[in-house]
Structure formats: C-alpha cells, structure tokens
Design a protein around this ligand. Structure first.
Ligand SMILES: Cc1ncc(COP(=O)(O)OP(=O)(O)O)c(N)n1
Ligand code: 3NM
Ligand code: MG
Length: 198
C-alpha cells in the first residue's frame, strides 16, 4: 500500500471529523497527557472516522490501545521503543512508523524493519522542545539514500511552501501540525496541502 504524501497530525478526533471529508488520506492521532479512558475513546472515534473516509489512521504512542482497538498503524519514537513490545505489535498485524533524529537512532530502527521512517525536525518547530534545532534538506537526502525503499516522512516546521523543496530533497511524505492547526482557516490550508501534494 502506498501512503499519501500529505500526513497531518492532530490531537483530537474533532480535527479528523473536520479534515477527513476534505480528502485527507493519511492522518496521525497524537494525544498527550489524557486519561486512559479519553485516549481509548479518541482512538475509537478516530478509527471509525478513518474507516468511513477510507483514510489510514496512525496512532501515536498508545500501541497497546491501538492493538486492542483493531487499528492498523502505530507511530513510536525512540523513548516509546524502549518499552514497546514490537513482537506484539507485529503479531497483531500493525504497521510501524518510527522517529529518528540522528545516526544512532537510524541505525537502531533499521533493525526493526519499520514501515516508514520519520526524520525531524527538518525545520525548526514550535510544537515541542527538542534537542535538535533543524536537520536541513541535505540531511533529508542523506536519510533517503540510507533507508532505500522504506518511505521517508519529513517532519518539523513544514508548510505548503516548503513541501516541494522537501520532496525534491528525497522525502516521500511530509507531515505537519501547526501549519494547519494554527492557521486562521485550517480547512483552506488542508485544501492547499492536498493541492500541493497530489
Ligand atoms: C510522523 C511523526 N514523526 C515524528 C513524531 C515524533 O514522535 P516521538 O519522537 O515519539 O514524539 P511524540 O510525537 O510522541 O512527542 C511523530 N509523532 N510523528
Ligand atoms: C511531533 C514532532 N516530532 C518531531 C520530530 O522531529 O520527531 S517534530 C514534531 C512537531 C511537528 O510539528 P510542526 O509541524 O508544527 O512543526
Ligand atoms: Mg512518542
């Protein structure tokens, strides 16, 4: 299955309800600091919305809930991978996306046969504090050469205007958060993203 080249990330199913009808085909639910009941409910609603709209849902962090709720994809960062049961994830048939930021992290994840590799932050991000400031486009090219056929997701400070340069550098997929969620007209911005990436 080929993943869509536009990969927005949202922190609530209400965003998916708004954006999926516009044609989003790949989306991540990234919930932080919520009680377990809320997390489960949010995943369930998002799963059903994505099924209805024929979109791929990637559940960030909460791999046990993703398995229990019959989801298809999880995204795990390096710290998540320290405690995740990869065998259980694979046994349940879930696909796995992983975060990387440096050489050691890339070497670690390639041994896990991930279904995509994310590199970030390609540009500075305002979403969260990170040890890395910006990787830059040459790093995107280097990463793609090293991971070969595995899809490369570029994340961090992405915008519609930056997308073509990032694809040109070798990314297969571009992932964005605040370019959409902080936009004055998120629906219009998502339409621009879809126009720029299909
Ligand atoms: C597509 C994508 N890339 C990177 C991340 C970051 O994952 P992680 O390092 O685990 O950090 P949190 O998002 O969990 O704060 C991601 N979620 N998605
Ligand atoms: C969640 C996340 N992970 C990153 C990484 O580099 O692993 S950067 C990032 C935030 C992306 O948000 P925005 O598009 O608003 O910059
Ligand atoms: Mg994580």
């Amino acid at each position: 299955m080929t993943l869509d080249r536009f990969y927005p990330i949202f922190d609530h199913s209400d965003w998916l309800r708004r954006m999926l009808p516009l044609g989003v085909r790949l989306v991540q639910l990234r919930i932080k600091d919520q009680p377990s009941g809320t997390v489960r409910a949010q995943i369930e609603v998002s799963r059903d919305l994505c099924r209805k709209h024929g979109a791929v849902l990637v559940v960030n962090d909460h791999w046990q809930e993703a398995i229990a709720l019959g989801c298809d994809w999880v995204h795990l960062g390096q710290e998540d991978l320290d405690s995740a049961d990869l065998a259980a994830i694979r046994k349940a048939g879930l696909k796995l996306g992983v975060s990387t930021h440096d050489d050691d992290e890339l070497e670690r994840v390639m041994g896990m046969a991930p279904d995509y590799v994310a590199l970030g932050p390609v540009y500075p991000t305002i979403l969260k504090k990170m040890k890395w400031h910006q990787q830059g486009l040459p790093r995107v090219t280097d990463w793609k050469a090293r991971i070969g056929a595995t899809p490369l997701v570029a994340i961090g400070g992405m915008s519609v205007e930056r997308a073509s340069g990032v694809f040109g550098a070798g990314a297969d997929i571009v992932s964005a958060v605040t370019d959409i969620t902080l936009n004055a007209d998120p629906e219009a911005r998502v339409r621009q993203w879809i126009g720029a990436t299909r």
